[in-house]
Design a protein around this ligand. Structure first.
Ligand code: CA
Length: 229
């Protein structure tokens, strides 16, 4: 029997989902925190993960990123109403589908079945962010520009991934530090500037309308693109 992992901190929602999922012939297991779910991922080998965005401690995007470091397991994000940017980020960041709350449990089951029918090969192909000639592969954390593999550090990769997952959004240095270096980081925020400088150098031959890293004085940085993916 295939297991569906539910990561949701609201018991009223997760219990209803679990009941419908079981009725549809799957096993289900509920986690109310991303950390515990990640710890059990390798052991449980779920067929699919339903992942809430608004989770305490570690949000759904962070959990998703961690999942994608080691797994191509399909992920359906549960997002709050009106989170348009989040929806787009979800589909560009390795999520396979998203469902907006409030939802009908029957719809969730139908989407689970649809994603499972698509199979794993499509998921691997989708696990890539592309802006014109720039390709970012989430599976092996490689970056290609015009089919040439760029040599960048793991931290620079994480920063590039973060910015390209949220195209045209502006982030303060502090937000970038928190997302890329983690809340425990106590070094200088100049690390962000240095990493941005290295990334810009690496992306020198990316046509600016396909994408470029912009500095916005006193606000922060953004990955600017005119391309809709
Ligand atoms: Ca929640």
């Amino acid at each position: 029997m295939q297991t569906i992992m539910i990561v949701e901190d609201e018991p009223a929602i997760s219990r209803v989902l679990a009941a419908y999922i079981r009725k549809a012939g799957f096993a289900s297991i509920i986690f109310d925190r991303g950390k515990e779910a990640l710890e059990q991922l390798a052991v449980l080998q779920p067929a699919l993960i339903l992942l809430d965005v608004m989770l305490p401690e570690m949000d759904g995007w962070e959990v998703l990123r961690e999942v994608r470091r080691s797994s191509v397991c399909p992920v359906i994000m549960l997002t709050a109403k009106g989170e348009i940017a989040d929806r787009l980020a979800g589909l560009n960041s390795g999520a396979d589908d998203y469902i907006t709350k409030p939802f009908e449990p029957q719809e969730v089951v139908a989407r689970i079945q649809a994603v499972l029918r698509r199979g794993t090969h499509a998921l691997i192909a989708e696990n890539q962010i592309q802006y014109g000639s720039l390709k970012i592969n989430l599976n092996d954390r490689s970056v290609y520009l015009n089919d040439i593999c760029l040599s960048i550090t793991p931290k620079d990769f994480t920063l590039l991934l973060f910015l390209t997952e949220h195209p045209n959004q502006i982030f303060h240095r502090e937000q970038i530090i928190e997302q890329v270096w983690g809340t425990g980081y106590d070094g200088s925020d100049r690390a962000v500037d240095h990493a941005i400088k290295r990334l810009r150098q690496a992306l020198l031959h990316l046509p600016p309308d396909e994408g470029k890293i912009r500095t916005l004085r006193r606000t922060g940085y953004q990955f600017y693109t005119r391309r809709e993916e």
